[in-house]
Structure formats: C-alpha cells, structure tokens
Design a binder for this molecule. Structure first.
Ligand code: NI
Length: 391
C-alpha cells in the first residue's frame, strides 16, 4: 500500500498548513489561531466541529452509519524558546517556537481528516482530537476532565509523535510501556544564614544540598531492582548571592522518570525519606513538593498490533520497529491511554537535515513525512472501523 494518492495530490496544502502553523507558534492554552485554522478547515470539509474543550482544544467528528468509534489525537502547542532557524517560515514570535513538531502533527491529522471526509470508506465514527498544552501544561488531562470521552465516546484512541533519529519513511512503537512517567520535585531547604567566616553560627543549606544531591543518586542504584528502569535527575539548584554570606535557604528541583507505577510511588516516598533524614541530621527544615506531569505511556497489545500492521502495509515490514526500546521521555497522551486502549506511534523524522533533536533551537519537522503520516492515520481508521480490535 503506497501513500494514498488523494493525500499525495494535496501534499502542497499539507506543507502550507504545517509551515503556516510553524511561523505562528502558540504556547499552552493560547492556541487560538491554530485552533481557529483547524476548525475552519474541518468545517470546510463537512466535519462537525466542537471547540473549547481544554480551553483551546478542538474535536472534529465524522460519522458514516452506525459502528464502532475511534479517536486520533494530535497536539498543537509550541515551546517557550527562541528559534535559531533562518528559513522564511521561521517563528514570527520572539521566544516561541515549534521545536517539538506539533505543527507537523496537526497538519498530518488535518490531511487525514480531509481524505476521510472526501473519500473515506468506513462505517462508524472518527473523532479528530486536536489537543492544547502538551508541553508540561496538562492539556490531555484537562480535555479528559472536561469530558472528552463522555462527550465523544470511543472504543480506542491513537496518537503519533515524530521521532528525530528514526529514518524518514519508518515507524516505531512497542506494546506495553513505551514512554516513562514524569514527576517533578521541588525541595526548599531552610537552614540558618551567617557570615562565610563563621559557619559554626549557622546551618549551611548549600552543604546540605550537596549531601542531598549525592544521596539521591543512590535511590535508583541501591533501592531499585537493577532489571527495572528509573532515573532521578536534579536539574536546578539555587542558593546564595555573595562570596562571604552563607545563605539561609537553598532550592533544588528535578524530575523522576520510570515505567512502573509501583516504582513511581516508591521513588517519591524514598526521596522524601532521604531528603528529610539528611535535613534533620544537619538541623535544617525542609519542604518537598511533588508535581505529577504524566503517567507512563502504556500501549495496549491489540491496538499496537493493528497500528504496526497498518504502518507495515505503508512502508514495508523492514521499516517498522514493533519493539523499540522504551524511551525515558514523557508524553501526556498517557492519560488518554489510561482510560481507553490504544497505541502511541513514532514516525521517523529523519537522521540528517530536519532530523536534529526535538526541543533544539534548530529543529524542524520533516515535510517529507507529512503525506505518510496522514496516510497512516487514514488507513488506521479504515482498518479499525472495518474490523475493530479493542485491547
Ligand atoms: Ni512533543
């Protein structure tokens, strides 16, 4: 099965939408222009449009007779970073950039929606879910809390993310755990400030912080089964303003990632014990807060098998890795997979040009995979609604 011919025939439109969205990046819950563009295009093709779920989210619904229902999800938000690219469709907004390819995800889903509305052969319902605020702002959870699946009941949901480093024209995923959970932590240590020359009169939160950072490295290496995967990274430390002052407070923050829910709760508990124990030993007080970002992305086996067979039809069996090594990056599509079976798929963004890593100021989505992504979505819908697999 090659790229769908009708989709190939409007490849230029796909590129145009993608670059237009790229030039006008919008941050979490501010995707007004993008959601308007999406809504207008969906409506043009006769697709029913519901707006405002998750503030700027859009759900398009296309029905043909009575049958099962499937949802496809794309994310729309950009990142708060400065673009370093110089091409003519580079970001027109200072400090905002589509550095994760959500511009491409939105365009690929639009391409599939147009094909299914104009030429689709299926019985049942497809919901096109355009989600806001994927980047650490809880967009998926908010859409669910506001009734995504009660208003738009589905039998399964599928998502897709471009993957730099994976060859263009290939796909990768796996059944079970694909992406890690992420919980962030903030640790505020309060000691007692004093002159740098008289440490005996204070409680030094900088020395305590350094003990904590070292000790946290033992939580994964000494408390977790070596056959399991987890990572704790301290990514922020702030304290002090002067050469000769021991400050009263120090602040640490970072992230915890793993695949297993039991390990996830254990890690939070163990971090608390270690931090409180060290602070207590040194006579400091401490406040620890955990901020849940996303559970692990766990693909349902049957849905994943279907997604892989559709992808293999498009690109050949040799170009689909159906058992990729799980990645420690997180993704809030996991919340949707907690409620419905489904599969999250990686589409290769290429190794070379346009293949530089996501969240990099030089990143760009690879326009050459737009029609492939749209074709995958369209084939998946036609296949699922012909012969639904749930699980
Ligand atoms: Ni992303």
């Amino acid at each position: 099965m090659p790229i769908i011919a009708e989709i190939e025939s409007y490849k230029d439109d796909l590129i145009h939408w993608r670059r237009d969205i790229h030039a006008h990046p919008e941050l979490a819950y501010e995707e007004e222009r993008t959601s308007r563009l999406v809504s207008e295009l969906l409506a043009d093709w006769g697709i029913k449009v519901d707006r405002g779920l998750g503030k700027t989210g859009v759900v398009g619904t296309l029905s043909a007779g009575t049958g099962p229902s499937i949802a496809l999800r794309a994310d729309m938000d950009a990142l708060p970073m400065e673009e370093a690219n110089t091409f003519d469709y580079k970001s027109r907004h200072v400090g905002r950039m589509h550095a994760c390819g959500h511009d491409g995800h939105t365009a690929m889903l639009l391409g599939a929606a147009r094909y299914l509305a104009e030429h689709g052969s299926f019985t049942g319902t497809v919901h096109f879910v355009f989600q806001p605020a994927e980047e650490a702002a809880g967009g998926a959870k908010r859409m669910l809390d506001e009734g995504l699946f009660s208003r738009f009941p589905v039998d399964a949901i599928f998502g897709m993310h471009n993957w730099p480093g994976l060859e263009a024209g290939s796909f990768a995923t796996r059944p079970g755990s694909l992406m890690a959970s992420l919980d962030c932590f903030d640790i505020c240590i309060t000691g007692k400030g004093t002159h740098g020359a008289t440490p005996q009169r204070g409680v030094d939160p900088i020395v305590i912080s350094s003990q904590i950072i070292g000790a946290l490295q033992t939580v994964v290496s000494r408390n977790i089964d070596p056959n399991q995967s987890a990572v704790i990274s301290v990514t922020k430390m702030h304290a002090g303003d002067a050469y000769n002052v021991i400050p009263p407070q120090a602040y640490l923050a970072g992230g915890i990632r793993c695949f297993n829910p039991d390990i996830r709760s254990f890690l939070c508990r163990r971090i608390t014990e270690v931090v409180e124990g060290i602070c207590s030993a040194y006579g400091a007080s401490v406040e620890i807060n955990f901020l849940t970002q996303a559970p692990a992305v766990i693909n349902a086996p049957e849905s994943t098998a279907l997604a892989c067979s559709v992808a293999a039809e498009l690109v050949g069996k040799n170009n689909i890795d159906a058992d990729i090594t799980p990645v420690m990056v997180s993704e809030d599509f996991s919340y949707m997979l907690e409620e419905k079976p489904g599969c999250f798929m990686f589409i290769g963004n290429g190794l070379g040009e346009g293949g530089c890593s996501i969240h990099n100021p030089h990143y760009d989505f690879n326009d050459n995979v737009l029609t492939l992504g749209s074709s995958y979505w369209a084939c998946l819908v036609e296949e699922f609604l012909r012969d639904p697999v749930v699980g």
